[in-house]
Design a binder for this molecule. Structure first.
Ligand SMILES: [Zn+2]
Length: 397
């Protein structure tokens, strides 16, 4: 009897969370559709919604405009201001700070040059100073940080960020030492590798990936990261650091990588290395690395033969990396994220064709190779928001 009660209570709690999350991910959903999609009794859904309305987390926003037998269905949405997180993206060149809300929306409100000096003290002083300047809104529940490097999943320890030359940095301690209000307000700090955030965000929002169980996410930015989806879950590995696809060696004795090895995939397909290859061989480009890489893609589109040569070489290495991974993991999809979302279609096609040729089984038609659906900034800040709000909901419901 006791066990039954316990289970029922637990179920009640998770039902509430499931319903709230459905409204977070499907704003405008009606009670009727909710009941149907989560397989709950309509009266249970009505009761849960009443509770959530009482808490001030959910509100009604008019009718859904469809014809139904009986009464028209009322649309529901999240009151986004219930919880807010400072969402932060750390990169080598820039730091972005945004506000992420319970309905998963993000306002990006600040992007500034990262310090030239990448020492932990200088970098975190700069970050803390900008966070401090945001003030302390009442609905602030956490600080959620996206990092390009090996973050131990479930902790706030940065095991290794090769591009910044950081090892074993305790991000939580660095922030708490500088910002006493984190402790005073009992705020959470969440740190996740940017590529894992990218995959989580794509899984939540990209219609093309619905129902897929196994996938490889190759995150192409100033570095190259990755994340693995296995059996519908992120794969973390024994030390919680799995997914560093960029440091797969594709050319023994090749180019020097920041990680200390030579010939890593990253040294051939990160946007920095592609831009550098072009500039060393041909001529300088303008702007930051993203601008310069963007220019390179445009030039290739306009059939500039030098730009085409450089991107063709990038495609070769990318295909090798993808083929290695597909032969090992046999996934449903390979998603090119980060700047990959902006690749021209013919580049994706070239990469795919070359990768298919190196597969042990002819998986063409069964394996989906596609580009990400969101641009690189939106992706990481959205991912940081998603993690922060999932965490908030889990704690509160
Ligand atoms: Zn490396």
């Amino acid at each position: 009897m006791k066990i039954k009660t316990y289970n029922a209570e637990k179920m009640g709690q998770s039902n509430k969370r499931v319903v709230l999350n459905m409204i977070r991910f499907y704003p405008g959903i009606s009670r009727r559709d909710l009941a149907e999609s989560v397989g709950l009794d309509p009266s249970t859904v009505t009761k849960i919604i009443r509770d959530l309305q009482k808490k001030g987390w959910v509100r009604e926003v008019g009718f859904d405009g469809h014809f139904h037998p009986g009464r028209p269905a009322i649309k529901l949405e999240i009151v986004k201001e219930v919880a807010m997180s400072f969402v932060v993206e750390l990169t080598v060149q820039r730091i972005c700070i945004g506000r992420g809300y319970l309905d998963n929306s993000v306002d990006r409100f600040l992007s500034f040059q990262a310090p030239q000096d990448k020492s932990v003290d200088v970098y975190f002083d700069a970050l803390a100073e900008h966070l401090e300047a945001q003030g302390l809104p009442d609905n602030l529940v956490s600080v959620s940080v996206a990092v390009p490097g090996l973050v131990e999943w479930g902790s706030n320890i940065l095991r290794s960020v090769p591009r910044m030359k950081w090892t074993n940095v305790d991000l939580e301690a660095e922030l708490r030492n500088r910002l006493p209000w984190l402790e005073e307000r009992n705020l959470d700090i969440l740190t996740v590798n940017e590529a894992k955030l990218g995959l989580l965000t794509e899984m939540a929002r990209n219609e093309n990936l619905k129902g897929m169980k196994n996938g490889i996410y190759l995150y192409i930015a100033q570095g190259v990261g990755g994340a693995l989806l296995m059996g519908e879950e992120l794969y973390h590995g024994s030390n919680n650091i799995a997914g560093e696809l960029g440091h797969m060696i594709v050319s023994p004795g090749g180019l020097q990588c920041d990680c200390g090895n030579k010939g890593c995939l990253e040294t051939y397909i990160s946007i920095d290395s592609v831009v550098r290859a072009y500039e060393t061989r041909y001529s300088p480009l303008e702007g930051d690395f993203r601008d310069r890489f963007g220019a390179l893609m445009e030039m290739a589109q306009a059939k500039d033969s030098q730009a085409m040569t450089i991107l063709d070489e990038m495609a070769d290495y990318m295909a090798i990396g993808i083929a290695n991974l597909v032969n090992i993991y046999d996934p449903d999809f390979v998603l090119l994220g980060g700047m990959g979302s902006q690749f021209p279609d013919d580049l994706v096609e070239t990469v795919s064709e070359r990768a298919y040729r190196q597969l042990l089984l002819p998986l063409k038609g069964r394996l989906l190779i596609l580009k990400g659906s969101m641009d690189v900034d939106a992706l990481t800040l959205r991912g940081a928001t998603l993690t922060a709000m999932n965490d908030f909901v889990k704690k509160k419901l």
